[in-house]
Design a protein around this ligand. Structure first.
Ligand SMILES: Cc1cc2nc3c(=O)[nH]c(=O)nc-3n(C[C@H](O)[C@H](O)[C@H](O)COP(=O)(O)O)c2cc1C
Length: 208
C-alpha cells in the first residue's frame, strides 16, 4: 500500500452506530486485540485489559445491568419513565445485535506511584490515554478486516454493573465498550476545519 492509500484508509474509519447482524469470529477479535496491544503506553505499562463478551447470554446480562444504572441516571436527570424506556430500549436492542462486545479496562498496577494528588492524577490520565490509544488501534484493525465497530462509553458510566456481571476485580476500571459486528451502518460526521483545531508556533496562528 502506498502512503497516501494508508492515510486515506485511516481517515475512512467510521463508527458503526447501528451494528450489523453478521458474525465476527473470536480469531478475528484476537487479531484485533494483538494490534490493540501494539499501541504506545506510558512507561510501556500496557495498562489495558480486555474482556471479550461473545456469549449472547452474558452479553444480555451485561447490557441489562448497564441499562439499570443508566435508568437510574436518567431518573435523576428528571426524565419520565416512558422516555427512559424508549431511550434505554433502543440502545440496548442496538447493542444486542453486535456479534461481540469488547470491554476495555484500565489498571494502575504498573503505573508509577506518587505521594501527591497532582502527579497521581497525571499518572491516571496517562493510563487513560494509553487505553484510548489501544482502542483506536483496535478500531483500525477491525476497519482493515472489514469489520464494523463502535466505541461506546456506557461502561465508563456504569463500572459497577460491568464489574458485577463480568466478575472484574475492583482495581480494574471499565473505560469503554467496543461493539463489533459485520455489515453495520456508519456515516462519518464532518470534521472541524483544520485551522480551527491546529495552530503553528503560537496559539491562534493559522496552520495554513
Ligand atoms: C471516548 C469516546 C466515547 C464514545 N462514546 C460513544 C457512545 O457512547 N456512543 C456512541 O454511539 N458513540 C460513541 N463514540 C463514537 C463517536 O460518536 C464517534 O467517534 C464520533 O461521532 C465521530 O464519528 P466517527 O467515529 O464515525 O468518525 C465515542 C467515541 C469516543 C472516542
Amino acid at each position: 500500500m502506498e502512503p497516501q492509500e494508508i492515510l486515506s484508509f485511516i481517515s475512512s474509519r467510521a463508527s458503526a452506530k447501528v451494528p450489523g447482524d453478521g458474525e465476527v469470529s473470536l480469531e478475528e477479535i484476537i487479531r484485533a486485540l494483538e494490534v490493540a496491544t501494539s499501541a504506545p503506553s506510558a512507561h510501556n505499562s500496557q495498562p489495558w485489559r480486555f474482556v471479550v463478551v461473545k456469549d449472547p447470554g452474558v452479553k444480555e446480562m451485561l447490557l441489562e445491568e448497564m441499562a439499570k444504572a443508566w435508568r437510574k441516571d436518567l431518573r435523576e436527570d428528571g426524565l419520565d419513565e416512558k422516555s427512559i424506556d424508549e431511550i434505554v430500549k433502543a440502545s440496548t436492542e442496538r447493542s444486542m445485535r453486535a456479534s461481540a462486545i469488547i470491554v476495555a479496562c484500565l489498571t494502575m498496577d504498573d503505573m508509577h506511584e506518587y505521594p501527591d494528588d497532582r502527579r497521581r492524577m497525571c499518572e491516571h490520565t496517562m493510563a487513560v490515554q494509553s487505553v484510548a490509544a489501544a482502542i483506536e488501534n483496535m478500531l483500525l484493525a477491525f476497519h482493515a478486516m472489514g469489520i464494523s465497530a463502535c466505541w461506546r462509553s456506557s461502561a465508563l458510566f456504569a463500572p459497577e454493573a460491568v464489574r458485577k456481571v463480568l466478575r472484574i476485580p475492583d482495581r480494574f476500571e471499565p473505560q469503554a465498550i467496543v461493539e463489533v459486528s459485520r455489515g453495520g451502518t456508519s456515516s462519518k460526521p464532518p470534521r472541524k476545519p483544520l485551522n480551527e483545531v491546529a495552530c503553528l508556533n503560537f496559539w491562534g496562528n493559522a496552520i495554513r
